[in-house]
Design a protein around this ligand. Structure first.
Ligand code: WQD
Length: 340
């Protein structure tokens, strides 16, 4: 059985990937400092998996601790999620984003080199494209200047990873460019547990529908889109997690390669369309108010995903409606949990 280090494995996408890894016979080891994830996630994973996945509380910027972790485990590969990821927050606190997102990646690569761990799945983002000139974006679309420090950290890390692979014979890396991950595990026992006020749209919708927030503010209704609100490509988190496991197969078969893959649904939905779909699917009402644009937002972006379809033999199976229904089920479950 192959051990996979999952940094940030208690996070939203990381925890769903842990479930998919176990389903494929891998042994995930979660490394997380819980700075941006909730410890209760491992309880939910235990319920789903029937055992508690090995979890190590560690700061991935701590090179000494990470060296010891690698020495203890003999990992087959690394899936590196540990990073901050809120676009708006990165605008107000850029240094925190540059330090964390770049240094965790550098420490992981140095440890991989020291211990001969040759395969890396890197958690990247569609924000590396900036505001694209044409849509949908392909992996060959130009990486324009990102509109947020978060996007810049992902662009720099992609270069760091590929330069490393070029310099180290036998290594391989997949840069998975996520579009907008949404939803929750169909069991209703795992999902997004944002700290404090959610920065992302869907958890804010579900918390508003649950009465935890008085109203949802739509950030900008004067964009050059059909209904004036931003357009994104929303992908079910379970579909997204499955792509990570498929990427491990690709890495083994492609030593020396460092390639990007778009992971999205392959179509766009506006903010208003997401809200309307949520209300239709769940029967819940979401009070909204119109607000100003949010710094760091691109107007519209969605993915062309045939490269991942072909190279990873991966396709999405769950659409936006299922994702929103799963997100609502999860919100109702979270409301029953004791406070952290
Ligand atoms: C979506 C839309 C907001 C909240 C995310 C991740 C990022 C990356 C890309 C993985 C925007 C609007 C939001 C609210 C709103 N994914 N909105 N009111 O900014 O596209 O980025 O996906 O790496 O890590 O953060 O997602 O959900 O924050 O915003 O109107 O209360 O919803 O303006 O147009 P975003 P988001």
């Amino acid at each position: 059985m192959k051990k996979i280090l999952v940094t940030g494995g208690a996070g939203f996408i990381g925890s769903h990937t842990v479930i998919e890894l176990v389903g494929r016979g891998f042994i995930p080891v979660i490394a997380d400092n819980f700075s941006n994830s909730d410890r209760r996630v491992t309880d939910g994973l235990t319920s789903i998996l029937g055992h508690r996945p090995e979890t190590v509380m560690i700061d991935c910027t701590d090179s000494g601790a990470m060296e010891r972790l690698f020495a203890d485990h003999g990992f087959h590969a690394v899936i590196h999620f540990a990073a901050f990821k809120a676009v708006g927050e990165s605008v107000t606190d850029p240094l925190r984003y540059y330090r964390n997102n770049l240094l965790t990646t550098q420490v992981v690569l140095e440890c991989m080199r020291t211990y001969g761990v040759r395969h890396l799945v890197f958690s990247s983002s569609c924000t590396v494209y900036g505001q694209p000139d044409s849509l949908p974006v392909t992996e060959q679309s130009p990486l324009k200047p990102p509109v947020s420090p978060y996007g810049y950290t992902k662009q720099v890390c992609e270069h760091m990873v590929c330069d490393f692979v070029s310099a180290e014979p036998g290594f391989s890396a997949g840069l998975l460019r996520y579009f907008n991950p949404v939803g929750a595990h169909p069991s209703g026992l795992n999902g997004e547990l944002p700290y404090g006020v959610p920065s992302n749209l869907v958890p804010f919708i579900t918390q508003t529908a649950a009465g935890l927030r008085p109203a949802l503010t739509i950030f900008g209704s004067d964009y050059a889109t059909p209904d004036g609100t931003c357009i994104r490509d929303y992908i079910h988190v379970t579909d997204l997690a499955g792509a990570h496991v498929r990427a491990l197969d690709w890495l083994e078969a492609n030593p020396g390669k460092c390639e990007a893959f778009n992971l999205g649904q392959g179509r766009g939905h506006s903010v208003k369309e997401v809200i309307d779909t949520f209300e239709r699917v769940t029967g819940q009402h979401v009070p909204v108010v119109m607000g100003p644009r949010r710094a760091g937002d691109v107007e519209q972006i969605w993915a062309e995903v045939t490269k991942a379809n072909r190279a990873l033999n991966w396709h999405t199976e769950l659409g936006l409606e299922v994702a929103l229904a799963d997100a609502w089920r999860w919100q109702q479950y979270v409301n029953t949990l004791p406070a952290p």
